[in-house]
Design a protein around this ligand. Structure first.
Ligand code: ZN
Length: 132
């Protein structure tokens, strides 16, 4: 497919996340004060309002919490049958992504998935594959 994948807007709050993706690491923000994990990354801890944060690498294992199968294409990168999934990572946070190399009928609530990445020229997109 030669349609360029739109590049995410990378800024102060998500820089560590996207830099981690380039190294094929899914970095989850962790509050340095209370230890709560949160995703997507944001300036302040949602539990204690601390601005101090660190990051932990996710295992990459998770399961589908919810999903959407698109029947019609709205964009060349999303052909009919494309999916969008909300994955519960085993660390306890959720991430929106897509499952690659999967047919729509292979995706359901609780489907086990593993992390992978699609490499673009200067950034990488986290995606999931069906677990063995
Ligand atoms: Zn906190």
């Amino acid at each position: 497919m030669d349609f360029p994948r739109p590049k995410p807007t990378i800024h102060h709050d998500n820089y560590v996340f996207w830099e981690g993706c380039k190294q094929h690491k899914l970095m989850i923000q962790k509050c340095a004060n209370c230890g709560k994990l949160q995703h997507p990354p944001r300036p302040m801890c949602s539990a204690c309002n601390s601005l101090d944060k660190e990051y932990v690498e996710a295992s990459g294992k998770g399961e589908v919490h919810s999903f959407f199968i698109g029947e019609r294409s709205l964009h060349p990168l999303f052909p009919p049958g494309f999916n969008m999934v909300l994955v519960d990572l085993e660390e306890g946070v959720r991430i929106v992504a897509t499952i690659v190399d999967a047919e729509p009928d292979q995706i359901d609530f609780g489907t086990k998935v593993v992390l992978d990445f699609i490499d673009e020229e200067d950034w990488s997109l986290p995606v999931f594959r069906l677990a063995e």
